[in-house]
Design a protein around this ligand. Structure first.
Ligand code: PMP
Length: 429
């Protein structure tokens, strides 16, 4: 089956290459392949599965819509299903934003919502420039690619994102983050800096694809102050960090920062495609029809999303993610201390990364050891052999990432760590 599909699919496909599995059944943390093998899934549909696979409350919500004979395609018309989704989402938004926020359904992917956010702030400010960060990932369409860190963006000023392990200024910690903030301020205020008038600043509270790099709370608060003082809308891309993933309902909640625009997707659709932007009412300057698209009313995704958001809220899964994530991080630090190839362990909540490095690489110049994508790929492969699915990330694909469901039990967490430890041992041998 794999070979038949591979012959037809574009070379651009990625997961099918790194995960040669044919999933036929899934529940919670577990995926079962056509060959009967079972895997612990710490990729979670790239972070879409806050409640794991096929959670009963999600299935029940979807079935209810299917059984009700409600129309499944209604463009962006009002429906009871949509009303319930908006009500539940707004219950969970930062109160200051919820007070006067507008919501816009985009669709169906995260990158669509990023595009809408970028167009929104450009329309609202009449400016075009964008402030974005090194290491960022916002999607694969033209505007979101510009904003992402890998490519040189058109009309984008690239700013340093703080990182303890690979600090742009080589110092790390609070000092490195303060230098990043000062650099940003200086660039914006230097009349000779050549920064085009910014329409907005876009950032991730924890960079996910960039290799699990949590932004320090103080730095995030400085970004809020810097943008507010200059009338620059702040866009938080919470596509990956939202819905409890980082140990708070939204990634920005740790710092108390309230952005002007929030970009939401992945988990808000409870595993089905859904993407929205939420923004302060004052930014709502669109003419009717100015930003449209056909698939903005996915009723099944809204129902699955409502069930997911409510379940996370009612069961305090963000707090659970904070506690369990901290314990897993501590265990990983202990487990990898002295490991020759694990250069860093970091994360927030249930968004965890291990950076693989190669101290013996010929280009090691005495600073942090060079990133080792070949070792990260070997760890992923060794994990798969042991029935554990993990993801890679980071600029060099050298970071092994864990994004387990927020419903992960202590026993499951222990099993994940055991298999990962075993895989790391195998690679070090
Ligand atoms: N923003 C962030 C922070 C993401 O992590 C992603 C996807 N990994 C996107 C945007 C793009 O979402 P999508 O792949 O659904 O277009």
């Amino acid at each position: 089956m794999l070979r038949r599909q591979s012959q037809r699919e574009s070379a651009a496909r990625t997961y099918a290459r790194s995960l040669p599995i044919v999933p036929v059944r899934a529940r919670g943390l577990t995926i079962e392949g056509a060959d009967g093998r079972r895997y612990l899934d710490c990729l979670s549909g790239a972070g879409t599965l806050a409640l794991g696979h096929n959670h009963p409350v999600v299935l029940e919500a979807v079935r209810r819509v299917l059984d009700s004979e409600a129309p499944l395609q209604v463009l962006d018309l009002a429906t009871p299903v949509k009303d319930a989704f908006v009500t539940e989402l707004f219950t969970n938004l930062p109160a200051e934003l919820a007070a006067d926020a507008r919501i816009q359904f985009c669709g169906p992917a995260g990158t669509d919502a990023v595009e809408a956010a970028l167009r929104l702030v450009r329309t609202a400010t009449g400016r075009t420039g964008l402030l974005a960060f090194t290491g960022a990932y916002h999607g694969m369409t033209t505007g979101s690619l510009d904003a992402s860190g890998g490519a040189e963006g058109v009309r984008v000023t690239r700013l340093p994102y703080p990182s303890d392990h690979r600090c742009p200024f080589g110092v790390g910690g609070a000092e490195g983050a303060a230098l990043c903030a000062r650099w940003t301020e200086h660039l914006l205020d230097d009349p000779k800096g050549g920064v085009p008038a910014p329409a907005g600043m876009i950032l991730e509270p924890v960079q996910g694809e960039g290799g699990v790099v949590p932004a320090p709370d103080d730095w995030l608060r400085r970004m809020r102050e810097i943008t507010a003082a200059r009338g620059i809308p702040l866009i938080a891309d919470e596509v990956q960090t939202g819905v409890g993933r980082t140990g708070a309902f939204w990634g920005v909640d740790h710092s108390g920062v309230v952005p002007d625009v929030m970009v939401l997707s992945k988990a808000i659709g409870g595993s089905l495609p859904l993407a929205v932007v939420v923004y302060r009412g004052g930014l709502d300057v669109w003419r009717p029809g100015a930003h449209a698209g056909t698939f903005r009313g996915n009723q099944l995704a809204m129902a699955a999303g409502t069930a997911t958001l409510a379940y996370v809220r009612e069961n305090r899964l963000a707090e659970r993610a904070a506690g369990l994530g901290a314990r897993m991080l501590a265990a990983l630090h202990g487990m990898t201390a002295g490991h020759p190839y694990v250069g860093d362990v970091r994360g927030r909540g249930l968004m965890i990364g291990l950076e693989l490095v190669d101290p013996e690489a010929p280009d090691h110049d005495g600073g942090p050891a060079p990133a080792a994508p070949h070792l990260a790929a070997a760890v992923r492969r060794a994990c798969l052999d042991r029935g554990l699915i993990v993801e890679l990330g980071g600029r060099h694909s050298s970071v092994v990432r864990l994004l387990p469901p927020l419903t992960l039990t202590d026993e499951q967490a222990a099993a994940v760590l055991d298999r990962l430890a075993d895989a790391l041992d195998a690679v070090a041998r």
